[in-house]
Design a protein around this ligand. Structure first.
Ligand code: PLP
Length: 365
């Protein structure tokens, strides 16, 4: 099979599997006895390595159970730590942020252009409880102007949460240089285990906890920490940032090849964007048909966003970018990763003209 769905999740790296297996027997890192201290030493080492890669202090690294959980704590936690109830966010956030924002105070939405990038930051000049802007969009790969967002929001005294789940391990991320208040990452997006998230949280203002308990992780995320997953996450992250894979070259080859072979294709992914993302619209075709037909050719891709797959509905990201429902129904997300080769791209390009033709014919029935 050719796997082109690395933005949904990417296979675990051997270095991460080895670290996970090595520490699978670790006991409670909060215990005072020797076994607890041993587990805590492994956890401290993972925390330090992650902090070093991401430009944070070890104390700012909070281990969570997923990227979703890190986002919930960042957004809701900063909102609850503030006395204001105004929220500023983009309408293209992942549901892990979007649904939280919608459940809070009065939200004002930053406008997004047809290229998938936030186009005007003026709303950030008025103080808010929290501003939430993603580093890179999971559907289109579009990289957002997060440095400018932090600068404008900070001038108004607004804390900023950045969902960097798609960015960490793929583009350089430096928490201190950025100056955000909180930042979320997820290990399974860069070759770590699924169910392991990271929240970077400045000392002040610190997010209020979302769940209450034993006070682990600075009281921000109670619950006994999964030491083996933390060690595996650190190993995967170090390997990911050291990698010089040809992901971007393969992605560009794929986009150029599709443009040459398929009439009427719209390339949604616009620079600046993540190196592995290629998001297309094939007007007249249905994404479900495209996916099933590609599957018969042994090629695995996704419709818009894996989180929304299985449910036939318009992508909120494409809607915010100004596409209509007819255009958005033929949305296909192809995401290249470290396991892909030139032969994979060639296999995709050999299949795509006939697949689109058949999907369009089915759509016209
Ligand atoms: N944020 C973004 C941008 C994502 O792409 C995802 C996963 O698809 C998440 C958050 C959720 O992360 P997790 O799957 O670790 O809960």
């Amino acid at each position: 099979m050719v796997y082109f769905d690395h933005a949904a999740t990417t296979p675990m790296r051997l270095s991460a599997i080895d670290a996970w297996v090595e520490h699978a027997g670790a006991l409670n890192a909060g215990s005072q006895h020797a076994a607890g201290r041993r587990a805590n030493a492994v956890l401290a080492d993972a925390r330090e390595r992650i902090a070093a890669v991401l430009g944070a202090d070890p104390v700012e690294v909070v281990f969570t159970g997923s990227g979703t959980e890190a986002n919930n704590i960042g957004v809701r936690g900063l909102f609850e730590a503030s006395e204001l109830d105004r929220v500023v966010a983009t309408p293209i956030e992942h549901p892990a942020v979007l649904e939280v924002v919608k459940s809070l105070g009065q939200t004002e939405w930053l406008p997004v252009g047809r290229d998938g990038h936030v186009s005007d930051l003026a709303l950030l000049d008025t103080p808010a409880a929290v501003a939430a802007v993603m580093w890179a969009n999971n559907e289109t790969g579009a990289i957002q102007p997060v440095a400018e967002v932090v600068e404008r929001a900070s001038a108004a005294g607004t804390p900023v949460h950045v969902d960097a789940v798609q960015a960490v391990g793929h583009v350089p991320v430096d928490f201190h240089a950025l100056g955000a208040t909180t930042l979320a990452a997820s290990a399974h997006k860069f070759g770590g285990p699924r169910g392991s998230g990271i929240l970077l949280a400045k000392r002040s203002p610190a997010p209020q906890p979302v769940i209450l308990g034993g006070g682990q992780e600075r009281g921000i995320r109670s619950g006994t920490v999964d030491v083996a997953s933390a060690a595996a996450t650190a190993a995967a992250l170090e390997e990911a940032v050291a990698e010089t894979a040809q992901i971007e070259t393969l992605r560009d080859m794929l986009i150029d090849g599709v443009r040459e072979r398929v009439d009427g294709v719209v390339v949604v992914t616009q620079a600046p964007a993540l190196p592995g993302h290629a998001h297309f619209l094939f007007p007249g075709a249905n994404a479900d048909a495209l996916i099933m037909l590609l599957d018969t050719h042994g090629i695995e891709v996704s419709a818009g966003s894996a989180c929304a797959s299985g449910v036939v509905r318009m992508s909120h990201v494409l809607e915010a970018m100004g596409f209509d429902e007819r255009e958005a129904m033929g949305a296909l997300r192809v995401t290249v990763g470290r396991t892909n080769t030139k032969a994979d791209v060639e296999q995709f390009l050999a299949a795509i003209p006939e697949v689109v033709e058949r999907a369009r014919a089915a759509g016209a029935l």
